[in-house]
Write a protein that binds this ligand. Structure first.
Ligand code: PNS
Length: 169
């Protein structure tokens, strides 16, 4: 039985992530989506509980996928839950350098854990959580790149920010 871990910040989860997840779920017996609770190089928009819930609410169609928050080193978390494969999505070439470094470092830390890259459907090649958040910060266009619960969370967030802005005027 091969258990895979699909780690990330998922701030928030997009259809691109879910596309990669669906490919991983077909390849491996079990997949755990590991949502990073803290990421020293990123200030997250959504708290880790919300990021986990936004993923969890989209897992109904998968029978072998679960989601958990994680802290600390990824390879140690993988070992703890018995995962031997790390899944990462690769979109454009620009992802490669960062992903290559991370995979090499993870291999250096634990040679028994293998990183496997999966490409999402090309319609998600330019989907990033960062850009989607920007679209919602400056306007309210429906991108069709995030599931309905994420769209609602983004709208709620912007409404709260607008209300706070008005209150401080
Ligand atoms: O979605 P992201 O932000 O690209 O995910 C990055 C993540 C969370 C997978 C990465 O930052 C990570 O693995 N963090 C845990 C700390 C760790 O193990 N770092 C060593 C790998 S270089």
């Amino acid at each position: 039985m091969i258990k895979a871990l699909y780690p990330g910040t998922f701030d928030p989860v997009t259809y691109g992530h879910l596309d990669v997840l669906s490919r991983a779920s077909r390849l491996f017996d079990q997949v755990t989506v590991a949502v990073s609770e803290s990421n020293s190089s990123k200030n997250t928009t959504f708290g880790s509980d919300t990021r986990v819930t936004l993923v969890r609410d989209n897992l109904n169609k998968f029978v072998n996928v679960s989601v958990e928050p994680f802290n600390g080193l990824l390879v140690e978390y993988a070992k703890k839950i018995g995962a031997t494969v790390l899944i990462r999505g690769l979109r454009a070439v620009s992802d490669f350098e960062y992903e290559f470094q991370m995979a090499q470092m993870n291999r250096h830390l634990d040679n028994e854990i293998e990183t496997i890259f999966l490409m999402p459907n090309e319609k998600y090649f330019y989907t990033s959580s960062q850009l989607i958040k920007q679209v919602h910060l400056y306007g309210d266009r429906e991108t069709n790149l995030v599931p309905p619960n994420v769209l609602a969370a983004l709208r709620e967030l912007n409404k709260t920010n607008e209300d706070m802005g008005r209150d401080s005027e």
